[in-house]
Write a protein that binds this ligand. Structure first.
Ligand code: IMP
Length: 512
């Protein structure tokens, strides 16, 4: 017997006498057949709509005590999540997890840089001293001149790239052509305040200075116009300190305890213990340690794909679980190790168990379109974690290059040989092994522009998916799933072809 959807007309007075027909499969039945399904294998059957798409509420939790306005998380990978990604994600209401494939002080510097900002920035600030000369200006339009040439001293001027471009002798000392610095704005100003600060003072640019005197950035009228050109920023992710929420990854080695201490001191709001297979004594000990040392800090464990794995991490206090093994776009784990699980099955199984313990699940990897996000969230996840989906954005680390006429950015697996030379082999428990075997590749992804533009459009698409399902929020989608009102089916190969654009001689696929 199909349970009734409380919102469907057949459950009300309209035709209360009618019996509903069995149609589609509840998730518990579909995922209980011994088949490992991924997102593309399954399709969600539509429900009943009685609300507009804009009424769908996508607010959620990253971990037990960390609310987010949108269910998006940037993966702790060195070609995805550094300061610019962290700030932009938090400005949108999501979060980024700063990777740990670097020395602890470099990771801490990234977290500090992100937490010091309230405005998504396009380029890292350049600092010069008056006695410097400039050999290469880079992509920024202005450089900040401070007494000592570092961020930690007083602003004495600004150098415009256009002025430097016009120099007959590029080696001219900065002091000879720098402009007087205008009045600074507090770094704690949010976008609206900075915009009116510039407009009110008729300023082209203004340095942003933190309470402790550190110069954080230089914001320009162009930056304000650029951000105004994107969809309106949502409800930002802010911590109790009033600053943006920034997450950070740690490993499971003894030395990661010291890394953790510095990250906590820098104000990190949530940590992810980053292992490809999280059900290990090393991770269990690290979660226990982190929870006992920093009870106020939410600690996310993973990665897991089975209930047994999840159980062990929840038992020692994990506040969130990262789910996915072998589903990442750059991942060769299933090929190399023959271990993992289809992502749809993994998300459904783990989140069904984690729900009983009030532990939110992050569906990690394999997201390449908004439909995958709808499926992940509907199958029980509270957020999705993305690598390739974000790696081509202007906020991802690295520079754009041209490959066969396409503008691309490098994107690499943390288990690729290249990334592992910097320390990420620990994620695969390979740091002590003599022979290194890759579980990931190095590649490139297309330029996607700013996440400030494509994430809001993606969220709009997700809202439309939820509306089709008759789910007005993540909670309502999870209720439909577990009450078995939500129905699914497996798609044949032909159904998957039919579900995409087909039969055309040519077409242009534009998302927005
Ligand atoms: P994507 O969003 O499909 O590109 O997948 C990103 C996810 O893949 C990350 O969040 C990690 O969980 C996982 N991952 C990152 N690097 C590797 C790797 O080298 N091998 C296997 N999985 C990886």
């Amino acid at each position: 017997m199909v349970p009734k959807n409380p919102r469907s007309p057949s459950s009300g007075a309209m035709n209360g006498s009618c019996c509903e027909l069995e149609d589609g499969f509840p998730a518990v039945q579909l995922f209980g057949q011994g088949v490992s399904y991924t997102y593309d294998d399954v399709i969600l059957l539509p429900g009943y709509i009685d609300f507009p798409a804009d009424a769908v509420d996508l607010s959620t939790r990253l971990s037990r005590r960390r609310p987010l306005a949108i269910p998006c998380v940037a993966s702790p990978m060195d070609t995805v999540s550094e300061a610019a990604m962290s700030v932009a994600m938090a400005a949108l209401g999501g979060a980024a997890i700063v990777h740990c494939n670097n020395a602890p002080d470099s990771q801490v510097a990234i977290v500090r840089a992100a937490k010091a900002r309230r405005i998504p920035f396009a380029t890292d600030p350049i600092f010069l001293s008056p006695s410097d000369s400039v050999s290469d200006f880079g992509p920024a339009a202005y450089a900040i001149v401070t007494e000592s040439g570092t961020s930690k001293s007083r602003v004495v001027g600004v150098v415009a790239k256009s002025d430097w471009d016009g120099l007959a002798n590029r080696n001219t000392l900065v002091s000879e052509y720098m402009r007087h610095a205008p009045v600074s704005a507090p770094a704690s100003y949010d976008f609206e305040k900075v915009a009116s600060f510039l407009a009110g003072g008729g300023l082209e640019y203004a340095p942003l200075v933190a309470e402790d005197g550190e110069v954080v950035d230089l914001v320009t009228k162009e930056d304000v116009e650029r951000i105004k050109g994107f969809p309106r920023l949502g409800v930002p992710s802010l911590g109790a300190d009033g600053r943006f929420v920034v997450g950070a990854a740690i490993g499971t080695r003894e030395t990661d305890k010291e890394r953790l201490e510095h990250l906590v001191k820098a104000g990190t709001n949530v940590v992810v213990v980053d292992s490809s297979q999280g059900n290990s004594i090393y991770q269990i000990e690290m979660i226990k340690y982190a929870k006992s040392m920093y009870p106020e800090l939410d600690v996310i464990g993973g990665n897991v794909v089975t209930v047994a794995q999840a159980q062990n991490l929840i038992k020692v206090g994990a506040d969130g679980l990262r789910v996915g093994m072998g589903s990442g776009s750059i991942c060769t784990t299933q090929e190399v190790c023959a271990v993992g699980r289809g992502q749809a099955t993994a998300v459904y199984k783990v989140s069904s168990f984690a729900k009983e313990h009030d532990v939110p699940v992050i569906a990690d990897g394999g997201i390449s379109n908004s439909g995958h996000i709808v499926k992940a969230l509907t199958l029980g996840a509270s957020t999705v974690m993305m690598g390739s989906f974000l790696a081509g954005s202007s906020e991802a680390p690295g520079v754009y290059e041209y490959l066969n006429g396409h503008r691309v950015k490098k994107y690499r697996g943390m288990g690729s040989l290249e990334a592992m030379t910097k320390g990420s082999d620990a994620r695969y428990l390979g740091d002590t092994l003599k022979l290194k075997v890759a579980q990931g590749v190095v590649g490139a992804v297309a330029d996607k522009g700013s996440i400030l533009k494509f994430i809001p459009y993606t969220m709009q698409a997700v809202k439309q998916g939820f509306q089709d399902l008759g789910a007005s929020s993540l909670q309502s989608a999870h209720d439909l799933l577990h009450s078995e009102v939500l129905r699914l089916e497996v798609r044949t190969g032909a159904a998957q072809v039919e579900g995409g654009v087909h039969g055309l001689v040519s077409f242009e696929k534009k998302f927005f």
